[in-house]
Design a protein around this ligand. Structure first.
Ligand code: ZN
Length: 300
């Protein structure tokens, strides 16, 4: 059976078709501008995958959407599946789920982008078959998806661990880039914060170990809080900033130091496999969306 998958982001809409093995058989990327300009192209792509001229096994039977946040995921809410108060102003209050359901008339399921990426990882990736894991993406923004007891965590909205408060590392006089909190995790450790603090993009600072040592300390502070509160069996790090592989050993070392032997588990004793990069080559979001579509079919 084929499923549609849509991963939305501030830069592009990753539209794809995949099967129950998570294989992507067709894909198209559409630049994200405004809903009026972008969404008709997204809908046109998925409409072509349910066209009456196709045979049943060539058509997608459901669509999964990995949506950037904040997004309303409260069951029974009038605005369920709508984008909320995002800094991407044109998309505020945009009814993502409703628009796609009405245009396509097939089952459509939606979740937060980081939760869906994690679903890809727990289905086919580095957290395969784990019931409790987190996915932290560190790029120009920072977000966290969590699966607890096998289910994506939503609660009153969804976790916002990208905005955990940071303890300032001595010697760092950068005030933080977050408009709401200044020196929160995103404010101190996002790609934007790196560029503002050091006056250069992260990709142009790879030969400066002091940049990455400081970065690793802030990331480790957040991971430490996440380990203590959610007790994940694995932490997966994604996003542009973590594409710098030299960060991983530094992050792991700081996390071990902060925990200070207080927790003794086989996961923490194997810290190299506990804190890991994604295993799905940037396709974790769209693969998770394929799984989300399949799950929505099973529920129907
Ligand atoms: Zn913040």
């Amino acid at each position: 059976m084929l499923y549609g998958a849509l991963e939305t982001s501030g830069t592009k809409m990753f539209c794809a078709v995949g099967n129950e093995a998570g294989q992507i058989v067709d894909q198209m990327k559409i630049p994200t501008t405004t809903p009026n300009e972008t969404m008709p192209k997204v809908i046109e792509y998925f409409k072509s995958k349910i066209d009456p001229s196709l045979s049943d096994d060539e058509k997608i039977s459901a669509l999964g959407v990995a949506c950037f946040g904040p997004v309303d995921l409260r069951e029974g809410s009038k605005t369920y599946g709508s984008i909320l108060n995002t800094p991407k102003v044109a998309w505020r209050n945009y009814p993502m789920l409703k628009t796609l359901q009405e245009a396509l008339n097939i089952p459509v399921a939606i979740d937060l982008d980081v939760n869906v990426a994690l679903l890809g990882e727990t289905t086919w990736g580095t957290a395969k078959d784990l019931t409790d894991a987190v996915y932290v993406t560190i790029g120009n923004g920072i977000g966290m998806g969590a699966i607890s007891a096998g289910e994506p965590v939503h609660g009153m909205l969804h976790p916002e661990a990208g905005h955990i408060r940071m303890q300032i590392i001595p010697g760092d006089d950068y005030k933080g880039s977050c408009p709401s909190h200044g020196a929160c995790f995103e404010g101190m450790a996002s790609g934007v914060a790196i560029a503002e603090r050091w006056g250069k993009e992260a990709k142009d600072l790879l030969d400066k170990p002091e940049v990455w040592e400081l970065e690793a300390k802030y990331i480790a502070q957040a991971l430490y809080a996440i380990i203590l509160t959610l007790s994940p069996q694995k932490i997966i790090l994604g996003g542009g900033v973590t594409s710098n592989a030299q960060l991983f050993p530094m992050i792991r070392k700081n996390v071990v130091e902060y925990i200070n032997d207080y927790i003794d588990t086989k996961e923490l004793r194997n810290i190299n496999s506990y804190i890991t990069p994604s295993a799905l080559n940037g396709n974790q979001g769209v693969m998770g969306a394929i799984k989300l579509a399949e799950m929505s079919m099973l529920e129907e």
